[in-house]
Write a protein that binds this ligand. Sequence first.
Ligand SMILES: Nc1ncnc2c1ncn2[C@@H]1O[C@H](COP(=O)(O)OP(=O)(O)O)[C@@H](O)[C@H]1O
Ligand SMILES: CC(C)(COP(=O)(O)O)[C@@H](O)C(=O)NCCC(=O)O
Ligand SMILES: [K+]
Length: 244
Amino acid sequence: MILTVDVGNTRIKAAVFEASTVLEYFVFEKNELEKKIEKILEKFPNCSDLVVASVGNVEKQSFLTFEKKLNVHFFTHEDVFPFHNKYATPKTLGIDRMILAAGATLQFPKQNRLVIDAGTCITYDFIDENDNYLGGAISPGLRLRYEALHNFTARLPLLTLEEPDSYVGNSTAQAIHSGVVNGFVYEIDGFIDEYRSNFANFIIILTGGDADFLAKRLKNTIFANSNFLLESLSQTYQYKIDND
Ligand SMILES: Nc1ncnc2c1ncn2[C@@H]1O[C@H](COP(=O)(O)OP(=O)(O)O)[C@@H](O)[C@H]1O
Ligand SMILES: CC(C)(COP(=O)(O)O)[C@@H](O)C(=O)NCCC(=O)O
Ligand SMILES: [K+]
């Protein structure tokens, strides 16, 4: 039994796996990290491994205390991954993006894959059918867009996510909702169209905290799996054990 932990820039997500089956998912804040993990381990005392991917400001030291009880693996760029990394700056590629790319490579062999993770940021990652990781894009996520409009202007209120009435926003609030939500959807549909015009065949994996909200609104029909990163963590860890 393993406990996987994904430390994003907004929240921490975790899951307990028995082989490839998920027993339970958890979501919590950074300041609750140790307490929550202790609780999970009390509930699942058969966990033998704790596997972490962190792009937030939570470092390996935060997990040291658990080393007394179980094997702790904190993924880094030094680990083995099942793809060829063609990023020009591989050392600065987010470890979350590497895990997503690894999961896509292992779960969908011998095909082009595009992973879209709509979290704090939207990340796009493309792995071709020969398992070359080519790169992608990074842009502000849904909530970040609302916050940026407020934080960097004098007159724009901080709004929370709301479905826009129309693309023609007829008030400040409606203009912001249209700009943020429609802009978010148009951007992603635009990227997908661009990839489609260059690659005949590819699978799209949509994940992240906004995946479900987004999936219903895209012109392109794609399947959302908001737990793809946690599943990929479990698979990449198994791959590491098999290939080390
Ligand atoms: N309870 C929540 N707290 C924060 N963000 C949430 C919540 N529910 C949904 N979201 C959405 O999830 C997005 C963050 O996604 P998430 O995958 O958790 O980010 P990260 O992996 O970067 O920490 C935000 O853009 C926000 O719109
Ligand atoms: C782009 C990210 C901030 C996304 O983080 P997230 O939205 O998942 O919290 C993270 O993958 C990161 O810090 N990347 C480093 C730069 C890069 O991937 O090139
Ligand atoms: K992301």
